[in-house]
Design a protein around this ligand. Structure first.
Ligand code: TRP
Length: 363
């Protein structure tokens, strides 16, 4: 069994720095290292609809935004199969069968589902489709026999459910599906990037995002007003770097090279942090440095995005081709699943023969 990488994003908005550092950057690296047999990246529109059922137009309009972000970030349709979740009916089929192998209480205990129910005020009335989305996600992963799922830390409980369901399936029906491994970012600050307001998570609904497609000016406006240390009032005051979003971002994005190139007064981030802690270092200088780093990283993406935006029909071609290719793998796995589950009636000549005999002998 080879190395099969799979991951996806809900198309509810443009992708932001949290997506990039949590997973997208890693996917591009994995893709370019080429150390895999198959790689799939998809837009999880079925999952997005589980809490946007009344707003399908939002999902429809954001498919293209996410596709453009993928291509701009460096995903290459020659090397990785990019597809749209809803166009793979085999996913719904597998979801239906996997639901038989999980209990309601197991999903109720899932920490990610719990947080989302609170966030969306679903407590009194949870849509059933939303409640079942972890199983749908398990089907996404299992259908492609994925071995490696590069995602942020918040997805850990989903991968855990997937592993359990796959184990149950294989015990019940025979070894068909594969237990996946989660691949978290090595740098722990990249696992959950805080928002520009310092809140726990960068998220569209909190309005604290820097988008990959923001202009240089938009990035500066956002970086300039970033949350720092509220007690660092005067430049000479000692400052705190813990919980200071500017320093968390520097942890995530800066390299020693950036210091050599743009701020040679310091050898590395540790030296900068020491100075900030001692006092005598202003927030604005740190923000300017961070702005340079982020904009250097985003500039090539902005340019590539501009180019791809010139030919939207071609982007849909790429998605169509990727979807057709993904369906081939999906169909193969479903053949195996149906056979293992004994629901391959029309392909099972042995079944028909045996039953013919049985009914004949009854006479
Ligand atoms: N739940 C993921 C998110 O919110 C999206 C997703 C759906 C996914 N299916 C997946 C990620 C399968 C990895 C593998 O971002």
């Amino acid at each position: 069994m080879g190395n099969i990488i799979l991951t996806g994003d809900r198309p509810t908005g443009k992708l932001h720095l949290g997506h990039y550092i949590g997973s997208l950057q890693r996917r591009v690296q994995l893709q370019n290292e080429g150390n895999y047999d198959k790689m799939f990246v998809f837009m999880a529109d079925v999952q997005a609809l589980t809490d946007n059922a009344d707003n399908p137009e939002k999902i429809r309009q954001n498919i293209i935004e996410v596709a453009l972000d993928y291509l701009a970030a460096g995903l290459d349709p020659e090397k990785c199969t990019i597809f749209i979740q809803s166009q793979i009916p085999e996913l719904s089929e597998l979801t239906t069968y996997l639901m038989n192998l999980v209990t309601v209480s197991r999903i109720q205990r899932n920490p990610t589902v719990k947080t989302e129910i609170k966030m969306r005020n679903f407590e009194a009335n949870i849509p059933l489709g939303f409640f079942c989305y972890p199983i749908s996600q398990a089907a996404d992963i299992a259908l492609f026999k994925s071995t490696t799922v590069p995602v942020g830390e918040d997805q850990e409980p989903m991968i855990e459910v997937t592993r359990e369901v796959v184990r149950r399936f294989n015990q019940t029906y025979g070894e068909v599906l594969v237990e996946p491994q989660i691949l978290l970012p090595e740098n722990t600050v990249c696992r959950r990037l805080p928002g520009t307001d310092g809140k726990e998570k960068m998220s569209k609904s909190l309005g604290n995002c820097i988008y990959l497609s923001d202009s240089a000016d938009e990035v500066w406006q956002k970086v300039r007003s970033m949350f720092t240390d509220p007690d660092h009032l005067r430049v000479d005051d000692p400052g705190k770097v813990e919980g200071n979003a500017v320093f968390t971002y520097l942890d995530a994005f800066s390299t020693d090279n950036d210091f050599a190139n743009y701020w040679p007064d310091y050898k590395n981030l540790d030296e900068l942090k020491d100075h900030y802690r001692r006092g005598g270092l202003g927030d604005m200088k740190c923000k300017k440095f961070l702005n340079t780093i982020i904009n250097n990283m985003l500039e090539p993406m902005r340019q590539r995005r501009k180019e791809f935006e010139q030919d939207i029909p071609e982007i849909y071609n790429i998605l169509k081709k990727g979807t057709d290719k993904a369906r081939e793998t999906a169909a193969q796995t479903m053949d195996e699943v149906r056979k293992a589950m004994r629901i391959d009636y029309f392909n099972d000549t042995e079944l028909i023969k045996q039953q013919s005999e049985r009914f004949k002998n009854q006479k």
